[in-house]
Every structure is written in structure tokens, then in C-alpha cells.
Design a protein around this ligand. Structure first.
Ligand SMILES: [Zn+2]
Length: 289
């Protein structure tokens, strides 16, 4: 099972980083936070090298050769947020491109987004404020004054589907998220294991205790640089109680009476879908006995 934003097997990363090759390539070109695409009818595509030369009349503020996807070089670049776009080009935010790109290219776009964003945020040293320079042979950037080296960040988060051992699961409503209900999730704190973070988040957000914690899968999430680590956990005690701040409502739902759920881009949805399949499988096994 391949998760959204996981770099596919057909992608060969360019590492140590090298200059982009000449010739045909696909460009993940960012203007501010958005991707520049060419639009023809309902088809949305990333730019090709020739289109970069002929249609983009703006200086590149960042450039990173990411690697090859099925043999095709993929390059990430950034133009200024106020750069003018030629006719036939438009920008779309990375989330909405999920419906337009195939999963492999979409994962590469997420990778390029994180690398460029990190570079933009790392021009100056976090310790002394000195200017940084790229380190040869890696993504790192070294401070010219104090020698501190910084690398792209990845922030682990746990996300958990709490079930009752039968056909019910806990879904919560986050303030300001419309009708959508989703799973409990949160960032790891320094010094925590994944399991400890999971227990703490569940306790803090819905006041429950859990046991039988089972790993499901993980998913990179480039908004801005998380790794979502998904689990199932069994409800071991306590009644649901929300803090009323971050979450304003949470309750048990039966697998066949689910509210508005997150879209298929998210590991939350994958966990919920897997749970529903599991309940159905258990039920039909029960009937056939
Ligand atoms: Zn420094």
C-alpha cells in the first residue's frame, strides 16, 4: 500500500545533491507556497524544461535537482511570489494538486516543496544569525561564523484510531474544521516514544486510556514537514471528555454511520477505511460460521 507523499520505488533521489542535467525534465516550480502548472482544458501538468525557458520570465530564487522519476529528471525551483505568469500558466496549492497529479509525481512535489521551504528558512544560522552556505555532498547548510550545520527537518506525529474492540471508533471535531470529524493526532515531545506520545495525546484530547497499540503505516506530510505515524489502539478505560479548546466535540461512531471524513489524501482516512474493511470482514466471517 503506498501512502500519499511517500516517494515511490520508481524515484531515484539525486544524492549527494548535484546540478540538474540538461535536456528534458519536469519542473516542480513554486511561486510562494503554490505550484506553477500549465492548464489545458481539465488537464493540469507540471512545466517542462522548454516551458521554463520560453514561458517563465522570472529569476529562480531557489533550484534543487531532486532526482529521476521513471528516468525523467525532476527539478524543484522557486520564483518570487509576485512573479508574472505567462498565459496558459497558473498556480495551484499543493493540497489541491492531489486530484490532478499521479501519486508518484505528487510525492516528488511534496519532497521538492519541503527541500525548498527548508532552504528558504535556513539562510541564516539559528544560533548566531550568520549567513549559511550549502555543504558539499549533502543537503546541509553551514554557518560561516560559528560552523553550525542545519539539515531539513522532519517532525514526527502520532495519529491514532481508537476502537472499542467491536465496530465503533472515536472521531473528534477540531475547532474551525466545518463538519469534518477525524482521528486524534499530535506532535511528539522531546524524550517521548511514539507509544508514550500516543497515550498522552489520547489522554489530553479525549480523556481516554488505551491499550493494544498496533502500528499501521506512516506517511510523510509536507505541511510543513511532518511524518505522520498511524496506529490503531483499543479503548481501555475512561469516558470521552474534550478540552473545548482545540477539540470541541468527540464521540463514538459506528462503522456504518460515519460523519464527514477527511479526504483520501490523508493517513487518517486510510486508517478509518482499513477499520471499516476490518469490521466488515469480521462480520461476514461471523455470518459464514
Ligand atoms: Zn552560526
Amino acid at each position: 500500500m503506498s501512502m500519499t507523499f511517500s516517494l515511490p520505488d520508481g524515484f531515484v533521489r539525486s544524492y549527494p545533491p548535484e546540478s540538474p542535467p540538461r535536456g528534458e525534465s519536469r519542473w516542480l516550480l513554486f511561486r510562494g507556497e503554490d505550484v506553477v502548472v500549465s492548464e489545458c482544458g481539465s488537464t493540469v501538468e507540471v512545466l517542462r524544461a522548454t516551458e521554463i525557458e520560453t514561458l517563465v520570465d522570472a529569476p529562480l530564487s531557489e533550484l534543487a535537482y531532486l532526482g529521476q522519476l521513471d528516468g525523467m529528471p525532476c527539478i524543484a525551483g522557486a520564483i518570487p511570489p509576485d512573479a508574472h505568469l505567462a498565459e496558459g500558466l497558473r498556480t495551484m496549492d499543493l493540497r489541491s494538486l492531489f486530484e490532478h497529479f499521479d501519486p508518484e509525481l505528487y510525492a516528488v512535489a511534496g519532497y521538492g516543496y519541503q527541500i525548498l521551504r527548508w532552504r528558504r528558512a535556513s539562510r541564516f544560522c539559528a544560533f548566531c544569525g550568520g549567513a549559511t552556505e550549502p555543504v558539499d555532498g549533502e543537503w546541509g547548510r553551514r554557518c560561516g561564523s560559528c560552523n553550525h550545520v542545519a539539515y531539513p527537518h522532519v517532525s514526527p506525529c502520532v495519529i491514532v484510531l481508537i476502537h472499542d474492540g467491536g465496530d465503533r471508533l472515536v472521531l473528534a471535531h477540531r475547532r474551525g474544521r466545518g463538519a469534518m470529524r477525524s482521528l486524534i493526532a499530535g506532535f511528539l515531545e522531546p524524550g517521548e516514544s511514539l507509544e508514550a506520545a500516543l497515550r498522552r495525546e489520547v489522554r489530553e484530547e479525549v480523556g481516554l486510556e488505551v491499550d493494544d497499540i498496533r502500528y499501521y503505516a506512516s506517511q510523510p506530510w509536507p505541511f510543513p514537514h511532518q511524518l505522520m505515524v498511524g496506529f490503531f489502539a483499543h479503548h481501555a478505560g475512561g469516558e470521552i471528555r474534550v478540552d473545548g479548546e482545540e477539540l470541541d466535540e468527540a464521540q463514538w461512531y459506528s462503522f456504518d454511520q460515519l460523519p464527514t471524513l477527511p479526504g483520501p489524501i490523508s493517513i487518517a482516512r486510510r486508517l478509518i477505511d482499513a477499520f471499516v474493511v476490518d469490521v466488515r470482514t469480521r462480520r461476514s466471517a461471523g455470518r459464514s460460521e
